[in-house]
Design a protein around this ligand. Structure first.
Ligand SMILES: [Zn+2]
Length: 104
């Protein structure tokens, strides 16, 4: 087992083979730190997307229906949801195409 002494950048405590500082709890493992930062950024991005993309009434309605206790109703709602989702993407693509054409 290799011994690695890592000095904490925050409180200058020297730690032996630790991912987190024994004194202040700061992350010492740079690989772990980068990984956590990456995960945090991905989470923030998801959160932002969730907030910016407000589900429309139709989408909310279809989503609610797809959780219905009756399997047949659930399947119908799911089918409509996918159709709606498909059109939303197509229309979104068309709008983007029109905007990019106008912007030239
Ligand atoms: Zn520390």
């Amino acid at each position: 087992m290799s011994k690695t002494y890592i000095k904490c950048l925050k409180c200058n405590t020297v730690n032996l083979n630790l991912d987190y500082c024994s004194n202040c709890g700061a992350i010492l493992n740079i690989v772990l730190k980068r990984k956590l930062e990456r995960e945090k950024r991905a989470e923030e991005k998801l959160e932002l997307e969730r907030l910016t993309e407000k589900p429309s009434t139709i989408e909310a309605f279809l989503r609610k229906g797809s959780k219905h206790s009756n399997i047949i109703i659930r399947l119908i709602f799911k089918l409509f949801y996918y159709i709606w989702f498909f059109f939303a993407i197509v229309i979104g693509g068309l709008i983007a195409a029109v905007i990019s054409t106008v912007a030239g």
